[in-house]
Design a protein around this ligand. Structure first.
Ligand SMILES: [Zn+2]
Length: 119
């Protein structure tokens, strides 16, 4: 019985991520091209210019409001592929505790994506 217990993405986080992405995408009227879970320590999430979202399965270790924010952040990039004021306003409409989540992420080291260095 190793299902879900290995180093690969466990099922619960995938299901939760897919459900959250679907809900927030619907709210914005956008659709991700695909959702990938990765085993990365350096980034919690990323959005490629072609609309593919990636998340670290380590988000399962983060509080729920952080997971919610990371999903909101990446989904907002489907509309605005930058960190403009407009992007932050969109992100804020998709999640409840943006400031708190950003603080948590700062304290816990890992960042989000860097453009131009997509895996
Ligand atoms: Zn971003």
């Amino acid at each position: 019985m190793t299902d879900g217990a290995g180093p690969r993405a466990p099922h619960p986080v995938r299901r939760r991520l897919v459900a959250l992405v679907a809900a927030k995408s619907a709210q914005l009227g956008v659709a991700p091209r695909r959702i990938t879970l990765k085993d990365t320590r350096s980034r919690w999430g990323s959005c490629s210019p072609d609309g593919a979202l990636s998340f670290s399965w380590r988000l399962i270790l983060a509080p729920r409001f952080v997971l919610d924010y990371v999903v909101a952040h990446e989904v907002a990039h489907l509309r605005e592929l930058n960190h403009s004021n407009r992007f932050w306003r969109i992100t804020e409409t998709l999640t409840a505790d943006m400031a708190k989540a950003r603080e948590w992420l700062t304290q816990h080291g890992a960042g989000l994506h860097r453009y131009g260095r997509l895996m």
